[in-house]
Design a protein around this ligand. Structure first.
Ligand code: 1CP
Length: 390
């Protein structure tokens, strides 16, 4: 793909987010404090979210630009985190091209059927992923509204620690990686061990390849849409990649993840470097999965700037697996959010200390915020991260 320069109004091009703590960390620079955001920071842990969602189904909320935007902003205002993550779901692009999928409360994405064999895959891949470009207006609008709000009302570094960062809080766009989407598509819904996907990749490598190629094209377009509309970084969630071996990851998964990311790798913005000379930078990309200790090097190898680490591996060990010079994101065990404050505080400080082994660190959890989390604890953790790292 040939390079595309983001519009001058894009927050990265306009200089609003290019020197934010988050974007600087994603390019390997440390700033006045370690940036922090939480996976699943929007959602059920927030009473204001539960109020807003009453009577609206999950996917309807995702496709209502005003609602999706408001839900995205809620945790940014409340916790003073250094990024918003776009409120959506990894199955939204499937819904937008006409796949029969809903999100069942307490369960997750459920499909009208399972796409577990060649016939199922043929039916699915008969849909043209380019259809997304005709149906993605609610995504573009929700991102644009969110970014406009972040630019005007939620300045970056609005913390009490004497911040020197300026501009506005960046929005992170995200998409599901092909394997994680395939884990749902082949089962027809959530599963524990993702057996159907692991079977198909060996039982019918041709059908698997077709499924992965199609999914990469669709999810890559979804990610690109968010960046073009104003997201300042992109995160690819391969949440369930930890279910497979390194060999299977390299052969049957990594090429499709790389193909998905090709949809954003060509997007760039113009800026000036430290000496004032003009330079072009690409949009930062983060890659995360759960239980991926064995895969971290390979997950970095598909061409990402920052690797997200789950809570099973200390960050200083992750540095050795990913290779030095790579910024890391993570990795407080979400279970600790319910522990007594002294225990939690010690764990936060430990994560920060181990994160010093990387050139830059974005503090996060090792997976999503549990729905029953006390939101005041998250606010306190965000403040502690800023204070302790300043
Ligand atoms: O009604 C509800 O509140 C439904 C719960 C919910 C929410 C709030 C689901 C269903 N998705 C979401 C939003 C969502 N999904 C976000 C929001 C932004 C934020 O972080 O604040 C994000 C990033 C996702 C991405 C997502 N969806 C992933 C990857 C991230 C991860 O947590 O690993 C995955 C695996 C999904 C599938 C999914 N959607 C919903 C659920 C409960 C699940 C997991 C189901 C399972 O266990 O397999």
């Amino acid at each position: 793909m040939s390079g595309v320069i983001l519009s001058p109004q894009h927050p990265l091009s306009a200089g609003l987010t290019s020197d934010s703590r988050l974007v600087r960390a994603y390019r390997g620079e440390r700033s006045d404090a370690t940036p922090v955001w939480f996976m699943r920071q929007a959602g059920r842990s927030l009473p204001e979210y539960r109020d807003l969602r009453v009577g609206t189904r999950m996917l309807d909320a995702c496709l209502d630009p005003a609602m999706a935007s408001e839900i995205t902003l809620q945790p940014v205002r409340r916790h003073k985190v250094d990024a918003g993550i776009f409120f959506s779901d990894i199955v939204v692009p499937l819904k937008l091209v006409g796949v029969d999928v809903e999100i069942q409360p307490g369960r997750g994405p459920v499909f009208g059927r399972a796409y577990a064999d060649a016939a199922g895959v043929a039916e699915l891949t008969a849909i043209d992923p380019a259809r997304l470009d005709e149906t993605s207006a609610p995504i573009t609008e929700a991102v644009a509204r969110t970014v406009a709000e972040l630019n005007t009302t939620v300045p970056a570094g609005s913390v009490s620690t004497g911040s020197t960062s300026s501009g506005s809080t960046p929005l992170i766009g995200f998409a599901g990686a092909p394997f994680t989407l395939a884990a749902y598509l082949t089962e027809g819904g959530p599963s524990k061990d993702h057996l159907a996907a692991r079977t198909l990749m060996h039982a019918d490598p041709g059908a698997w390849r077709a499924l992965m190629d199609w999914t990469a094209e669709l999810t890559g377009r979804f990610l690109r849409t968010q960046v073009l509309a104003g997201a300042s970084a992109a995160q690819l969630f391969d949440s369930w990649a930890g279910a497979i071996s390194l060999a299977d990851y390299e052969t049957h998964v990594a090429p499709a993840s790389a193909a998905a990311l090709a949809h954003v790798h060509d997007l760039a913005y113009e800026t000036t470097d430290a000496s004032g000379a003009p330079s072009t930078r690409s949009v930062p990309v983060v890659h995360f999965g759960v239980g991926t200790g064995e895969l971290l090097g390979a997950m970095h190898g598909i061409g990402v700037d920052t690797v997200g680490v789950d809570y099973r591996i200390p960050l200083d060990v992750a540095v050795q697996r990913v290779g030095e010079g790579v910024p890391l994101q993570g990795n407080l065990d979400p279970a600790l959010l319910a522990a007594p404050w002294p225990v939690l505080e010690a764990a936060v400080r430990d994560v920060l200390r181990r994160g010093e082994a990387a050139p830059a660190h974005v503090f996060n959890l090792g997976h999503g915020v549990p729905p029953e989390t006390d939101p005041t604890v998250l606010t306190r953790v965000a403040a502690l991260v800023h204070e302790a790292s300043a």
